[in-house]
Design a protein around this ligand. Structure first.
Ligand SMILES: Cc1cc2nc3c(=O)[nH]c(=O)nc-3n(C[C@H](O)[C@H](O)[C@H](O)COP(=O)(O)O)c2cc1C
Length: 249
């Protein structure tokens, strides 16, 4: 695993094509490892205070977030969608000639090697369908695609039907050269870390508007790429996050 191509493949969902994939230890019935490492000095432990300030505005979103896989039929407003994009991947500042951009989530070298695609299901004031987000101008580009049915969405995430019931599905695609340009073979680990930061912002932003999100890494690479006409080499989906209004409790 030391060519750019191998590293790029590692960021895709193409496990079936890997050689020497064996059953995991869980599949072989081996007990799960401990959830934390035992302390070496158990008599010296320092209990942490729990009377900290819980009125920080971020506190509920940070601590109450859970992955949400059931969504209500309520539509999401265009303003709410705009909020999700603004707080997740909008470009706030550009440095130099494409050298760096600052966005709400951190990114190694401020390269942000991603494009954001959406499949919109139920957003007031905007037609259902596939869109590309333009982070510089904060605009949506409608994509010319064949009809994308709920069944096709479910198939693209290996049968996880809940995704199709959300209001909008974020497909984060990696554009590897954007980071390879600076860091070469060292860039791929960083891209995956970046991706996690961005998705977490989306999960927290969803909470803030009374919606829920569920990150998805189990998906069909070819089907997901095909929705947006991605070539699977220079640009490919790497993470999928459906977001939907929560069912009132
Ligand atoms: C990298 C990653 C991949 C995930 N993939 C899936 C997935 O394919 N399907 C799914 O239902 N949940 C998926 N999840 C959600 C996890 O199952 C969930 O985060 C975990 O059970 C903990 O629950 P919580 O998010 O409610 O705290 C994924 C989460 C992460 C971080």
């Amino acid at each position: 695993m030391n060519t750019i191509k191998d590293h790029r493949n590692f960021m895709k969902s193409i496990f079936d094509s890997w050689k020497n994939v064996t059953a995991s230890d869980q599949m072989q019935g081996i007990p799960a490892p401990p959830l934390q490492k035992s302390p070496k000095r158990p008599t010296k432990l320092i209990a942490l205070p729990t009377d900290f300030e819980t009125t920080y505005p971020l506190y509920p979103a940070l601590t109450e977030r859970r992955s949400v896989r059931q969504f209500s039929d309520a539509p999401m407003t265009l303003s709410e969608l705009s909020f999700l994009l603004d707080t997740t991947c909008r470009i706030q500042k550009v440095i130099g000639d494409h050298i760096a951009s600052f966005r709400p989530a951190p990114s190694g070298g401020a390269r942000h090697p991603f494009e954001t695609y959406l499949i919109i299901n139920r957003i007031d004031g905007i037609q259902d369908g596939a869109y590309h987000y333009l982070p510089l101008s904060h605009e949506l580009e409608p994509l010319e695609t064949d009809l994308i049915t709920p069944q096709m969405i479910s198939d693209s995430v290996n049968g996880q039907k809940f995704a199709a019931a959300s209001n909008v599905i974020f497909f984060f695609a990696i554009v590897p050269y954007r980071a390879e340009w600076r860091y070469g073979i060292k860039s791929h680990k960083v891209m995956l870390i970046d991706l996690g930061h961005m998705a977490q912002n989306l999960c927290l932003a969803a909470e803030a508007i009374g919606s829920g999100a569920c990150p998805i890494a189990s998906y069909d690479q070819d089907k997901a790429d095909a929705f947006f006409g991605l070539d699977g080499e220079n640009e490919f989906v790497s993470y999928i996050v459906p977001v939907g209004k929560k069912i009132a409790t």
